[in-house]
Every structure is written in structure tokens, then in C-alpha cells.
Design a protein around this ligand. Sequence first.
Ligand SMILES: NC(=O)c1ccc[n+]([C@@H]2O[C@H](COP(=O)([O-])OP(=O)(O)OC[C@H]3O[C@@H](n4cnc5c(N)ncnc54)[C@H](OP(=O)(O)O)[C@@H]3O)[C@@H](O)[C@H]2O)c1
Length: 367
Amino acid sequence: MLGRVDECQKRHSCHHAARSEPNCQTTDRGAMKAIQYQAYGSYEENRVVNVERPQPKEGEVLVKMRAVGINPLDNTFRAGHIYLATPENLPRIGGQSGVGIVVETRSAEFQVGDRVFVRGAGWGLVADGTWREYVAAPAAGLARVPADLDDNHAAAFLAGAGYLTGYLALTEFAKFKPGQTVLAPAIGSAVGMETVQIARRLGASLTISTASTTKKAEQARADGYEHVIDLSRETLKDGVLRITEGKGVDVVVDGVSGTLTGQALASLAFGGTVVVVGYAGGREAEVSITDIIWKAATIRGFTFRLFAPETVAAANTAILGYLKEGALQPRIGKVFPLTEAPEAVRYLIEDRPYGRVVMQIQDTAQH
Ligand SMILES: NC(=O)c1ccc[n+]([C@@H]2O[C@H](COP(=O)([O-])OP(=O)(O)OC[C@H]3O[C@@H](n4cnc5c(N)ncnc54)[C@H](OP(=O)(O)O)[C@@H]3O)[C@@H](O)[C@H]2O)c1
């Protein structure tokens, strides 16, 4: 007589993860929980719904998600504050990245039981994303998670795309060279903290960041980020000129903008570059034109649309290598269950955590 798992595997024509799915009981693909937006609006539009479990196509794997990240862009999209927020893009399952276990494979590259990073271009925006119990993902977009990295830190590694953004901003836009100085404001943020880590790995002679409170600045200094300007005590420009002895910085990678943009330009060294990545601090800025002219400044707008897929893939490979060698330390701010998505997203946007916000996916479904 067959055991329960064997019986299930015999009935299914797929390769079930007998190791991780000992309670396999059904032949139906069945339903799964997901966080779906049905309209553009408040945090409450992060709705818990039941949807059909996906079926992997040839070249894809089915991943049982364990932990997923939240990116400020998830909030911008759901709030309807981006050109992609059109009626055609609803309903939409949110989430751009996460980590999970392969439970069914139609690809020679991945085996059942592999723990993988999961993400895809446009996910959570123009295609359904990772905030659900199961994702059918093209194998080409996956990578194995290093064994010594737990699920939550793996989700944090991808959550804000700060490592990828910082790497591409420095190497592609700023043409960064070892020995140069880098400012990446907001040490608690994905773009700030992760650009600082990338810049250190690429050989920056000095990395500078900011914090809006003394508590956050002290926490960052205790973590080894030596030059964190406490914006409750000093302006960005004054802090940068103090730390660089009047020289200014070669490169700014800015995810905050708003009132910081003018200060960032004023903090540049001659010939420096500001890469404008995001607008957590506001979409409007006031700048001094002479900071642009007299410093021969370059201002670049950052969007992933500018990069060829091969460029992004090569960047991801480089970053994963840095992670494996221990040069990058993903930082968790807080972990929520997936079912608390409205509060988790609000927390990231309004409470300005020190580190990434991750949602764990409880084991409610049966495979
Ligand atoms: N263009 C792209 O492809 C791309 C890629 C990545 C990110 N982004 C964008 O870049 C921005 C930053 O992303 P992130 O993941 O680093 O954000 P995050 O982790 O949520 O951090 C944003 C930080 O900005 C600072 N901040 C300053 N003024 C603020 C205000 N009025 N409201 C909220 N925060 C404020 C806060 O740090 P303090 O409290 O210390 O000031 C906050 O922690 C977002 O707009 C994101 O969408 C764009």
C-alpha cells in the first residue's frame, strides 16, 4: 500500500516536494491566499483574497513562497501615483520579490526542494507579483539562495532593490572609480544603506549617509556606518563639507530628493554626479543653478527601463557574488505576516524603519 505522500505523487503527474510537503492530500490545484489590489487607493486596498493556484508552464517552476519584501513602489502603484496605475492593470497581486521553495519543476535548472530568490520584471505592477502562497516563475529569473542566509534576510536582500539600484547607479551612470567618495542619503533606507554597502565593496574611499533622527544616526554608527549626518542637528551640505574637509563628494545616489536635492547638489565636488533615484522626501525640489554650473555637475534620472536585460542580469550576478563573499549585510527592520499587508506597507512608508520590511507567508495551504 502506498503512503499518503507517495499516493499523492502517483496521482499527480508533477514532482511533489515530499520532503517539504508531508501533508500532501489533494489532486486539485486548489486555491491559495494572495494580496490583491482591486482598486487604486488606501493601504486597505492590500486585500487578502483566495485565487487559483498557478500551474507552471514549460521552463517554469512552481515556488511555495516563504517570505516576501515590500518596496515603496508597491505603495506608489497601489495608491495610483504612477503612470502604470491604469484600469487595465487591475486587479493585481502585489509584490516584486521574495524567497521560496521549489515544489514542482518543469525546468532542468531547478530541483524540487531548491530554495530560490524569486522576482520578475514588472511583477506587482504590470504582472501579478510575489505576495501569494505559490508563484509559477520562469527558471531564468531565479537564483539559489545561499544556505547560510535565512528566509527573512533573503527577502530583505531583494526587498527594496537597493543593492541593484546602487550598483547600476554607480557603475553605469556615475562611472564610479575606486577611491571616489559617495553620498547615499537615508541610512535606514534600501537605497541609502545598500548603496553605501555596494560603494564600500567597489572601493569608495569614503561613504556618507544621513538620518532624520539622532536615534537612527546613532544606531547606524553602532552598526559601523561611520559617517552618518544627523539631519536633526546639521544640514546635509554642512555635514558633507565637514566630513570631506570642504571638498564635497564625487557621487550622490539619492532616493530621498525633495528638500535634499538642493542640498545634495550643494554637497558635490567639482565634476560630480547626482543620480536621482527616488522621491521618498518629495517630488518638488529647489536647486541653486550655480551649483550645477560652477561644479560642472551631472544630474541623471535613474530608471530600470534604461538598462538592457543582460546588463541587469550581470549586475544581479555581481551582487549575489558580493553577498556570498560576505560584503553585503541585508538588514531587517520588521517582519509581518502576509495577512497584515495593509499595516506592513503603512509601516514602511510612514514609520521610516531602519532596514527592510518583510512579510512571512504562513503554511496555510496544502499541496
Ligand atoms: N528609480 C528606480 O528604479 C528606483 C529604485 C529603487 C528605489 N526607488 C525609489 O527610491 C525611493 C527610496 O526607496 P527606498 O526603498 O530606499 O525607501 P525606504 O527604504 O522606504 O526609505 C525612504 C527613507 O527616506 C527618508 N525620508 C526623508 N524624508 C521622508 C519623507 N517625507 N517621508 C518618508 N521618508 C522620508 C527616510 O529616512 P530618514 O527618516 O532617515 O530621513 C526613509 O527611511 C522611493 O521613492 C523608491 O520608490 C526608485
